[in-house]
Ligand binder design. Structure first.
Ligand code: LAC
Ligand code: ZN
Length: 366
């Protein structure tokens, strides 16, 4: 076991270039604070910002709440330092963001879940901070409506910074756990959006909503100051902890073609209702079609439910690991989203980096 916890150095922000060098053990919130105090922002945000380390975020290509605006970890890396299986150190210290000098080894290591090398430090790209922000929570009957809505917001006079969805089971658990009141009448789905920019954001967003026949006025709540925005975000950010209070859930983190989300949700609920005492909560990242299927009430070692959900994902042309990685838990199902040719190529890469198979054995590829 290798712990990188003490590699937690956070370098000074290069204020002109918008970059920062950090050790793999630095936490996301430390990096966010360093960026903010120098007039910059880090482009990735996660609900687990206090505990997530940058090394883990790189190893899993973490996504989180702002992928629609700034992309995943993959898009935030200028260069990496990594140690390979035989002790070789790859020093990617150059500061030339445009770089086609051979294969992109850093991008290959990002998302490889520690199976190709151990990332020890990184030079991160920072982004300009958001100006004004406004948050809205919207109730919709179908996710297809919400997808068309965010398509309009992405073309409006503001920047769509986040678009997160959750079902009624999720909001019910959050209200029970946190004591918060329901923000609007009961609906099949809720979407939290955040828009940023210099404009009159409420005006821009209200115009988009009013042109949009699928959205009723009484199903929209707007948070324009920090406190009300935080209150709306809590309905989304506190889902995971609210589920954990009830029990250990089976968590399937999957990607579904976006206009098939409604039919996927219906099928997955029907499939889970066939398991005694199982209950399901669906939430996730709308613009990426990334659904977190959380199933409670099933023995934690019983993999039948995982198998049923992941096979359904494959039928929908989705992927079995959208942002939490494959690890050991999902490796048996990787073939559902990858062709034999892709798997063969992945095995060849693994063998080239780690012929003895000592790095995170059993993860990703079985
Ligand atoms: C989230 C974590 C579970 O989106 O990925 O809240
Ligand atoms: Zn997520």
């Amino acid at each position: 076991v290798v712990s990188l916890e003490r590699l937690n150095q956070v370098g000074s922000v290069d204020v002109d270039l918008g970059c920062i060098n950090v050790g793999a053990g630095a936490t996301l919130s430390t990096i966010q604070a360093a960026a903010a105090s120098n007039g910059w922002m880090f482009g990735v945000d996660l609900a687990s910002r206090e505990s997530a380390s940058v090394g883990g975020m790189i190893a899993t290509n973490a996504g989180g709440l702002r992928v629609v605006q700034h992309g995943q970890m993959r898009q935030q890396i200028v260069s990496l330092e990594a140690v390979l299986a035989d002790g070789t150190i790859l020093l990617g210290t150059q500061d030339a963001p445009k770089d086609n000098a051979g294969y992109d080894l850093a991008q290959l290591l990002i998302g490889s879940e520690g199976t190709l090398g151990i990332v020890t430090s990184a030079r991160l790209r920072l982004v300009p901070p958001d100006r004004n922000a406004m948050v809205a929570l919207v109730g919709v009957r179908e996710l297809a409506v919400a997808i068309r809505l965010i398509g309009k917001l992405r073309r409006a006079e503001c920047t769509l910074a986040a678009a997160e969805f959750f079902d009624d089971a999720a909001i019910e658990l959050v209200c029970q756990h946190t004591g918060a009141a329901r923000p609007i009448a009961e609906m099949p789905w809720y979407v939290v959006i955040e828009c940023v920019g210099d404009q009159d954001l409420i005006g821009v967003v209200s115009d988009v909503f009013s042109e949009f026949s699928g959205i009723q006025d009484d199903l929209v709540v707007i948070g324009s100051d920090t406190a009300s925005a935080r209150r709306l975000w809590n309905y989304r950010e506190r889902i995971t902890e609210s589920i954990a209070r009830v029990g250990v859930a089976h968590k399937l983190d999957v990607g579904i073609p976006r206009f098939k989300l409604d039919s996927f949700a219906a099928k997955v609920r029907a499939s889970i209702s066939g398991f005694d005492s199982a209950s399901v909560t669906l939430f996730g990242h709308l613009n990426e079609g990334n659904v977190h299927v959380n199933v409670l009430g099933v023995d934690r070692h019983d993999e039948k439910i995982d198998d049923a959900v992941l096979r359904l994902v494959a039928e929908f042309g989705g992927n079995v690991a959208a942002e939490h990685g494959v690890g050991r838990a999902k490796s048996a199902w990787l073939h559902l989203s990858r062709t034999p040719e892709e798997l063969r190529t992945m095995r060849a890469i693994k063998f080239a980096f780690d012929p003895k198979g000592i790095l995170n054995p059993g993860a990703v590829l079985v």
